[in-house]
Design a protein around this ligand. Structure first.
Ligand SMILES: Cc1cc2nc3c(=O)[nH]c(=O)nc-3n(C[C@H](O)[C@H](O)[C@H](O)COP(=O)(O)OP(=O)(O)OC[C@H]3O[C@@H](n4cnc5c(N)ncnc54)[C@H](O)[C@@H]3O)c2cc1C
Length: 392
């Protein structure tokens, strides 16, 4: 393969994000977790500093930075103990919107998203009955020709659509041609930019979904919801490709969050291992405590290298599916290894809410399931990269 720049490390962005995060200490997050409330002040601070518009081109009021810069923002938030996942969709949806959105769509929505006036925080793909088997999703969109302007009538259901109740816009995947009528199952899917504000109560209902972490999960019900044809992103039937571009960006961005989580766990565990004295010595002197933390640190460093490669390939517009998936696999496992080492280091106090480890441990666990589970990444590597028989 030709040589490729690994990209910058963005020390100034890291420092500036750390300063913002200093205003949102562990206690802020603990209270939100208990109240299941949205971190509005934190999201506003990131928006005001321009970081949620990191990927939006300058001509639309964004910073026009590479994907890695956006990843660095998320990583620093998580390394500081903040939960940027509350706002990260605004970044990863850009993989679809920037590459496949029409000039008119970009002109209409991007300036508002960049300024913070409009929130694009929801990404509706997963459905209750089909789960990971995305191409079998049942939400249907049918084009209706109308003198007042063509529109799609959309009916179906989504589950786990994070932040839909805190978002103005939602990127939605629906089927425009029935599965039985397409040659390849990836054909006939389309992506829509849904204006939640216009549709709520008019064929769109969103219900909160109680979950293990404060992720603002929802169930989305659509019954004859009308979306203007002008809001179709990337051409009818071409939605799978469009979502895939968003998904590689998403894998890279969430991997940065996992690396940030791993840094938080390793730092927190190492500190406690030095301070906590049992049997007249710091617990970190015992290799049973020290080595799992050291091993998690090594896993995190290795994952970070893979992540840098994936981000560099994405930025160069080169195929990066293998690298983005492997980075996601390794980063999520490194963060979970670090979470487990930290929990074990804290012993019983790991369960006490005031130490914040249990909350961050719950939050870190999601990275092995969403946005794609570990098994499906392994299946991708085994089948697409190594050429072994397909399981699906
Ligand atoms: C907190 C949270 C937030 C989320 N946010 C969003 C969001 O904003 N938007 C959105 O669209 N989705 C979201 N999701 C959904 C998430 O992407 C899915 O939960 C995830 O992709 C797994 O799908 P599933 O839950 O339907 O599992 P299933 O598809 O039911 O799979 C269950 C298990 O079986 C395994 N499995 C299935 N098929 C195979 C196979 N062929 N080989 C091996 N193993 C297999 C899977 O790996 C998984 O472990 C979120 C989920 C959570 C929990």
């Amino acid at each position: 393969m030709a040589s490729i720049e690994l990209g910058e490390d963005y020390p100034e962005i890291r420092e500036s994000v750390r300063r913002i995060c200093a205003d949102f200490p562990n206690e802020y997050w603990r209270k939100l977790d208990e109240a299941e409330a949205y971190p509005k002040e934190f999201v506003d601070a990131l928006t005001k500093a321009g970081y949620l518009a990191a990927l939006i081109p300058e001509e639309y009021g964004g910073a026009g930075l590479p994907l890695r810069a956006a990843g660095v923002v998320l990583e620093e938030c998580h390394a500081a103990g903040c939960y940027a996942a509350a706002a990260h969709a605004q970044m990863y949806t850009m993989g679809s919107v920037l590459r496949h959105g029409s000039p008119a769509q970009k002109a209409k929505y991007l300036p508002g998203i960049a300024s913070g006036a409009l929130r694009l925080q929801a990404f509706g793909v997963t459905e209750p009955t089909t789960g990971t088997d995305t191409t079998k999703l049942k939400t249907r969109a049918v084009l209706v020709k109308s003198g007042a302007g063509d529109y799609y009538e959309i009916t179906g259901q989504k589950v786990w659509t994070s932040r839909a109740l805190h978002s103005d816009l939602m990127l939605l995947l629906a089927r425009t041609t029935p599965l039985a009528e397409v040659k390849k199952k990836t054909e006939g899917l389309s992506v829509f930019l849904v204006d939640i504000r216009e549709c709520l109560g008019k064929g769109l209902e969103i219900r909160p979904l109680k979950a293990m972490i404060n992720h603002h999960a929802t169930e989305v019900f659509m019954d004859g919801m009308r979306v203007p044809a002008a809001n179709l992103v990337g051409g009818e039937g071409k939605g799978f490709r469009c979502i895939l571009d968003g998904m590689n960006a998403e894998r890279i961005l969430v991997s940065h969050e996992s690396i940030g989580d791993a840094r938080w766990f390793v730092r927190t565990a190492s500190k406690y291992a030095c301070e906590r004295v049992v049997f007249d010595r710091p617990i970190g002197q015992n290799q049973g405590i020290q080595f799992p933390i050291a091993r998690a640190y090594a896993s995190m460093q290795a994952a970070e290298m893979m992540l840098r490669k994936a981000a560099a390939l994405f930025q160069a517009g080169l195929p990066c599916g293998e690298d983005a998936n492997i980075a996601k696999l390794l980063a999520s496992e490194a963060s979970w290894e670090a979470a487990e080492a930290c929990m074990q280091t804290y012993g019983g106090f790991g369960y006490a809410r005031e130490y914040h480890v249990e909350r961050r441990w719950r939050e870190a666990r999601i990275s092995r399931i969403a946005p794609i589970s570990t098994n499906l990444i392994l299946a991708y590597v085994g089948e697409h990269v190594l050429g072994m028989p397909r399981s699906y």
